[in-house]
Design a protein around this ligand. Structure first.
Ligand code: ZN
Length: 244
């Protein structure tokens, strides 16, 4: 299993970078996780766009879907050029004011509904979902591979359910939008310390922090998580690769 970070930013990307997003690969299957601003450009640094097999979305806030329309145009162009012959599956939930209807674009992309109570098979993975505590309906996503289990938090505030959901996983990719000093000030997001506490309580071996703020020193995020989590801890950074 190979995980590539395409960007690590919350809200909007820094110059030349992208919102928090990851490319997951196993058995030559390429799955994009979230598709915010800058992701399409970053993706093409590591993968020919026609080789993308599927996209999965945690929720529909702009910093997770901003590049969706251009990705759909890319699929159209690739098909017209003869490089692709089938629609790109795009997995997203259909709850509340979701933009699920926008996931299908002509014959180029096909929206497929994901539901919290139902697991799905995508490529080589069994995938499960858990609603998070966010300002919009959002799903945390568990990828169960042949050798490793990954959990991606999506956007969330403190969540006992996320602890249970991540229990037994190898890696937790967790949002850390806030510094400890901001605890309780921003609903629907985690401080780095809380991300560390969730990782520790769930017993994961590895914590990857992502979805960073545009201020402060991210080394402090790391230190604040490290104060409560003794496992392997890393900050997401564009083009960083993990292989297991
Ligand atoms: Zn969000």
């Amino acid at each position: 299993m190979k995980l590539t970070c395409l960007g690590q930013w919350g809200a909007y990307p820094k110059a030349g970078s992208a919102n928090s997003s990851f490319l997951l690969e196993e058995d030559h299957f390429h799955l994009l996780i979230d598709c915010g601003s800058g992701v399409l450009a970053q993706l093409q640094r590591v993968l020919a766009i026609e080789q993308l097999d599927a996209l999965i979305l945690s929720h529909y806030h702009h910093d997770h879907v901003a590049d969706l329309g251009c990705l759909q145009y890319a699929m159209m162009i690739q098909k017209q050029l003869g490089y692709r012959n089938k629609a790109l599956p795009i997995y997203g939930h259909g709850v509340g004011d979701s933009k699920f209807h926008s996931l299908t674009y002509k014959q180029y992309t096909e929206g497929l509904r994901i539901v919290a109570e139902e697991s799905v098979k995508i490529g080589p993975w069994k995938i499960e979902f858990q609603p998070t505590r966010h300002t919009a309906y959002c799903l945390a996503i568990k990828f169960i591979g042949s050798k490793r289990t990954l959990v991606y938090s999506g956007d969330t505030g403190w969540s006992d359910e996320l602890i249970e959901f991540a229990r037994g996983a190898d890696t937790l990719i967790c949002e850390a939008s806030l510094y400890e000093e901001q605890h309780g000030q921003v609903p629907g997001h985690l401080t780095a310390r809380e991300a560390g506490q969730i990782a520790a309580a769930s017993g994961v071996k590895q914590l990857i922090l992502t979805h960073f703020p545009h201020y402060g020193d991210h080394r402090e995020l790391r230190a604040q998580a490290q104060a409560v989590f003794s496992g392997e801890l890393e900050l997401a950074q564009e083009m960083k690769i993990w292989e297991w």
